[in-house]
Design a protein around this ligand. Structure first.
Ligand SMILES: [Zn+2]
Ligand SMILES: [Zn+2]
Length: 409
């Protein structure tokens, strides 16, 4: 049913191997980086930066996390074939690899990291910069690689085979469209800078997610553990909850514990509501793994917080923003640790860590605000210029998020 299982005929040896410079990989990322830095400097404008941000976020959300990772690699939900192809096609735009190569690389790492030991290349075991050189410019040639096989549905899919042969060229259709609209600056910002940021970011998150950060679970006997990179949850669209992913690889949801923001999951829940996605596999659907050892008392699958109407939320926001009352912000402190909340909310608001509570709450004067609007109002009330200005941007977004939540919950 779920394909976090890896079919392998021969265990091979994941420890002995040579790391070699890979000309294609190295020249690809170097060319993209130089074009982005030089071209980006020469053609900088705020609208180009906005194009870069929007295009990269779109490709990472729909392509990388939903298409390549949660669907193609882990098959953690079902959707119409056209949507799967569209998502995986968007995933190719990340510029990491073709779909088959990407899945094989992922399967190899998963398999290797679960062994008692594996080559440092496969577990990000070198210091940061050395690991960067390896991951971005080199490849690992194992002396006796395990024979990993892809499921037939993926391996024999003609579209995926075509994308595998032509993945670098697949940057051309969006590049041509962007050129038609905005000339070379759009190509530099929309394609080259997007690839540079995504590929570099993918390595950086991979490095931190296997070296630093809190853990809820340990996989006993594994060569390396996954770590949750909390502050990167939004920018990685939920992918940075990597300790959760090592514990429950087949789960479509990555932010599993209270307060763990997972935009990829939010999007998936929205697509399910629209009828475009079904049979979503979650942590509680997966068979128990004896090697998984829970390290803390964090509540898995805590009940969802009740949804308030937008009108009520707006009314509460006004009430809290108007009157100076003693406020208390209680939060699971998962995505934003207590020190970060204190920075944002200032010293006038007391912060309470409540690990089992799904969403943060701001209480005061008999009113309770839930979720991101609570954070925005706390930031507004901090009387700190930067936090209060950021709150003015955050508040409409938070309210829009609540409106979608209310409509689709
Ligand atoms: Zn991992
Ligand atoms: Zn994975």
């Amino acid at each position: 049913m779920h394909s976090d299982r890896i079919t392998h005929i021969d265990e091979g040896n994941v420890l002995r191997g040579t790391v070699r410079w890979s000309p294609a990989k190295s020249l690809w990322i170097t060319a993209m980086a130089i074009t982005s830095i030089v071209g980006g400097y020469l053609t900088f404008s705020w609208s180009n930066l906005l194009l870069f941000t929007g295009a990269t976020a779109f490709v990472l959300l729909f392509g990388h996390t939903l298409g390549s990772h949660r669907k193609l690699i882990h098959d953690s939900y079902q959707c119409p074939k056209w949507l799967e192809y569209a998502l995986v096609y968007a995933g190719v735009q990340v510029g990491l690899a073709g779909p088959l190569g990407l899945r094989l690389q992922h399967d190899l790492r998963d398999h290797a990291q679960r062994q008692p030991d594996c080559h440092p290349y496969l577990r990000h075991g070198q210091p940061l910069l050395a690991d960067g050189w390896w991951q971005l410019h080199c490849e690992l040639a194992l002396a006796q690689p395990p024979a990993l096989t892809l499921p037939d549905a993926v391996a024999h899919d003609r579209f995926y085979r075509f994308l595998e042969r032509t993945w670098m060229l697949q940057q051309l259709p969006p590049a041509l469209a962007l050129y038609a609209f905005g000339g070379w600056p759009f190509v530099v910002w929309g394609v080259c800078a997007g690839i540079t940021a995504s590929v570099t970011g993918h390595w950086l998150i991979g490095y931190f997610a296997h070296n630093h950060g809190p853990m809820h679970n340990e996989i006993t006997g594994a060569a390396v553990q996954g770590h949750n990179v909390r502050l990167a949850s939004l920018i990685t669209l939920g992918e940075s909850w990597h300790n959760n992913h090592h514990a429950f690889p087949g789960s479509a949801r990555l932010g599993l514990y209270p307060g763990e923001w997972d935009p990829g999951w939010w999007t998936l829940a929205l697509l399910r509501r629209c009828g475009l996605v079904w049979d979503i596999i979650q942590a509680h659907d997966l068979p128990a793994r004896p090697e998984r050892l829970a390290l803390d008392a964090a509540v898995l699958n805590a009940p969802e917080a009740p949804v308030q109407s937008l009108r009520q939320t707006l009314r509460d926001c006004f009430a809290m923003a108007r009157r100076p009352v003693a406020l208390q912000l209680s939060s699971p402190c998962a995505t934003l640790p207590a020190w970060a909340l204190r920075r944002l909310a200032g010293d006038n608001i007391s912060i309470l860590a409540t690990p089992g509570q799904r969403r943060m709450q701001l209480q005061g004067g008999g009113v309770t605000l839930v979720g991101l609007p609570a954070l925005a109002i706390a930031m507004l009330q901090s009387r700190r210029t930067v936090a209060a200005s950021a709150a003015l941007v955050l508040l409409p977004l938070a309210l829009a998020g609540e409106a979608v939540r209310g409509r689709f919950a």
